[in-house]
Design a protein around this ligand. Sequence first.
Ligand code: PLP
Length: 384
Amino acid sequence: MARKRYLFTPGPTPVPEDVLAATAAPVIHHRGPDFKRLLAETLGRLQQVCRTDNEVILFTASGTGAFESAVANLLSPGDRVLAVSQGEFGERWHKLASAYGADVTPLSYAWGETPRAEDLAAALSSTPADIVFVVQSETSTGVVADVQALAAAAKDADALVVIDAVSSLGAVPLETDAWGIDVVISGSQKALMTPPGLAIATVSAAAWERSESVTSPRFYFDWRRYRKALEVGSTPFTPAVATVAGLNVALGRLLDEGLENAFARHAALGRACREGAKAMGLELFSPDEERSAVVTAILTPEDVDARELVLALRDRHGITVAGGHGEMASRLFRIGHIGWFDVFDITIALAAVELVLVDMGAQIETGAAVTRALEAYAEAVTAA
Ligand code: PLP
């Protein structure tokens, strides 16, 4: 019998069985009435999850594709961007906007630091920008930014705000309209519990207006094509119909659970994971705070190479967790807990980490992590 496998990464994430079943249904034609109904329902659900009345564009692409659409539709060469960056993805958006010829000013933090709205306000007053990019959940570090405060600082400086919510949408609160966010980007393979392959952008009236006069080249990602096709309930190009069917079911699940309940569950999972790791004697890299509900980044003991830990978890126990990016690769590993996760996923991950660390000769506290994780989860659920 094949060994059971566990996917504990912050994307792709485990997919519930009814979502998988929907992706395996007979393929429908994207110009027929069935797809028209499916698309309308899926986009309506996405609006609810994003808490917006703005139009939602659905791309057959990964999250980076949707982000590229924002750059291509909002920026002409030479336009000024302020990119808030606290890790891998903030740095990626800087490079992407630079590739389109934008004049990018970074507001950079050391990996693991949390961006501050007052720094953004100060940066925008000394170097004004037309657009501000913010990563809500920096998946490389586990930091979740205070998007409400950052968006307010950008609005005060009359900039449009683009939020990378690729790993956070559906896991932590995001109020697109109430917080005045112009563009939200996300992807199917994270808290939305769907296989990779779909990405979204929500577009405010101000962002639409700006996109009309932009001179960057665009074709596949030209928002105007999607808007025109949507007028007849369609998409400009062949969409990944099977994945859309899955996404629709996943969004239905999320809305049935209730967004507030989903946020509380993610906060409790984050707390359980952090408390369990600390009980083992490990040091957290991600902040030990309630908002850090997407992924927990943990440091290995000094003499343990995190890359070896990650490989041993996979090869000995069938468990996939994420390693660290860049300079952190030798010390950092990350346990994701977004989407189709419950507390027993956390205890499996912690128990296996403990087993492997002991095998590797690390000096850790044994037998405490699982108990503490369960306790912390129960405390969080009672408090919510
Ligand atoms: N932004 C964040 C915060 C992410 O976590 C990821 C993927 O891990 C991306 C962007 C890139 O998304 P994709 O790999 O779907 O292009």
